[in-house]
Ligand binder design. Structure first.
Ligand code: NBP
Length: 481
């Protein structure tokens, strides 16, 4: 009997995806470059379902029913290309190759075109939820052709996380769309984590609360609007003590945040598209700052603070302010991320349904949160919503947090506590709602030194002023400008 789906690449992720399919009653072909990993899967989890192991790629491909569905789960980058090269001569027209690793979406666009030439479908699919998600139900973001989804979708939906009976998996869009959405998901994850870290730091420095006390605060928050996986694990981390010293575990960890690069990709793409995702960018740069050791060393003890120890009088009121500031900043980060998806969708011709993306992020993935229901509802009210922040629900929710948000950001600035994500999110909020921005002055400056022209509020057309001469104004054709 042939297998319904195959997985090649059996490190933590591939192994658990294969087990997930088997646990759902699917026959799963399994393969790994080094056979020892295949053997260890069989030895440790072979009884969970029906696995069809192969030592060679040729046998692996031959063990699959047609059209073949082959999931590649290897280290992103050249390894993926190597596996694709190996697969191409073994596959036949209409077979489907799924890259479920963390590929950068331009690579996915390239690979999709390459496989199309061979009559094959290529599905770049985001998979979020880490090791545990892969086993128990991830959030799955598949791109590629719609036709491939007809054959592949039901299998993926079967193993995906479920929320209110709905699978956290849906067709995202052509070629690189799935990996793009996964990339933005990871960018939002960076912002979410940074915001939570800033909230922790504010409470710690503002009130002197212990890590264990702050853990309790996060547990309470997790019962309200902020309920999410990241808040939940934050409470667990903060409550953890070092077995040897009994100290708060978080205090023993080196304060230098690392990254694998998806945040950087998100920001690079946002710069290309001209979308202000300041929350994600600040979060990415905050990690970079934490790792800027020579600079931190040079600044330590040298740069003045001119602050006094923060003496918060009403601790409960302050904690509630921080909670509201966190919520409002989080809405901004998501609003910006969804803007980026909309811009990319238009630029690359993907037609991505943003409400559906919020729906499949409700379970399985790292940013899963109660809050995402509200985002789906907002896009159900208006599919082409130009600004999530301006949806009635979010505008009200953020509006009622505004006073608290301003108090927190002002207090942080006065007391020298860095809150790049809180502060820049508030600046974005005030920028995007402003009746008039100082961009007018920038346009005049550009025209002054570079004759870049400007438009006027009181008449149509483009203009240039002779700044270095008599300051007379010339009207230009738009073509000329
Ligand atoms: P790794 O990213 O650590 O990759 C290890 C796998 O790649 C092994 O099966 C290895 O085979 C295989 N491989 C390599 Br390396 N080079 C190869 C080559 N040239 N040809 C064939 N196979 C090759 O595994 P992972 O942590 O399970 O992650 C898999 C993918 O899932 C990655 O793209 C990752 O970014 C993504 N992802 C990971 C997580 C997570 O939480 N870890 C979450 C979401 C997505 P070998 O056994 O023979 O060395």
């Amino acid at each position: 009997e042939l297998a319904q789906i195959g997985v090649t690449g059996l490190a933590v992720m591939g192994r658990n995806l294969a087990r997930n399919f088997a646990r759902h009653g699917h026959r799963v072909a399994i393969h790994n470059r080094t056979y020892a990993k295949t053997e260890s899967l069989l030895a440790e989890a072979g009884s969970e379902g029906t696995f069809v192991p192969s030592r060679s790629m040729a046998d692996f491909v031959a063990s699959l029913e047609r059209p073949r569905r082959v999931i590649i789960m290897v280290k992103a980058g050249p390894a993926t290309d190597a596996v694709i090269e190996e697969l191409i001569p073994l596959l036949e027209t209409d077979d489907i190759v799924i890259d479920a690793g963390n590929a950068h979406f331009p690579d996915t666009i390239r690979r999709e075109a390459q496989l199309k030439e061979h009559g094959l479908h290529f599905v770049g699919s985001g998979v979020s939820g880490g090791e545990e998600g892969a086993l128990k139900g991830p959030s799955i973001m598949p791109g590629g052709s719609r036709k491939s989804y007809e054959s592949l979708g039901p299998l993926l939906e079967d193993i995906a996380a479920k929320v209110d009976g709905e699978p956290c998996c849906t067709y995202v869009g052509p070629d690189g769309a799935g990996h793009f959405v996964k990339m933005v998901h990871n960018g939002i994850e960076y912002a979410d984590m940074q915001l939570i870290a800033e909230a922790y730091d504010l409470i710690k420095q503002g009130t002197g609360a212990s890590a264990a006390e702050i853990a309790e605060i996060f547990r309470t928050w997790n019962e309200g609007d902020l309920e999410s996986f990241l808040i939940e694990i934050t409470a667990d981390v903060l409550a953890h003590t070092d077995a040897e010293s009994g100290q708060a575990f978080v205090d023993l960890i080196l304060d230098q945040a690392e990254q694998k690069g998806t945040g950087r990709w998100t920001v690079q793409n946002a710069l290309d598209l001209g979308v202000p995702i300041t929350g994600i960018a600040e979060a990415t740069f905050a990690r970079a700052l934490s790792g800027s050791l020579p600079q931190r060393e040079a600044a330590r003890g040298k740069l003045a603070a001119h602050t006094q120890a923060w003496d918060v009088q009403d601790r409960d009121a302050f904690v509630e302010d921080v909670r509201q500031a966190l919520y409002a900043s989080k809405v901004v980060a998501y609003s910006q991320g969804f803007d980026q998806i909309a811009a990319a969708s238009a630029e690359y011709g993907w037609d991505i349904d943003r409400g559906a993306m919020a729906r499949i992020w409700r379970g399985g993935c790292i940013i899963r949160a109660r809050f995402l229901n509200r985002i789906t509802e907002a896009y159900e009210r208006e599919a082409d919503l130009p600004l999530l922040l301006a949806d009635d629900y979010f505008a009200d929710a953020v509006g009622s947090s505004l006073a608290a948000w301003r108090r927190v950001v002002a207090g942080a600035a006065q007391n020298g506590i860095p809150t790049p994500a809180f502060s820049s999110s508030l600046a974005y909020y005030d920028g995007v709602r402003a009746e008039r921005l100082p961009a007018a002055l920038i346009q005049a400056q550009r025209d002054f030194f570079g004759a870049h022209t400007y438009r006027r509020v009181d008449k149509p057309g483009s203009f240039h002023t002779e700044w270095s001469a008599d300051r007379s104004e010339t009207a230009l054709d738009d073509d000329e400008a």
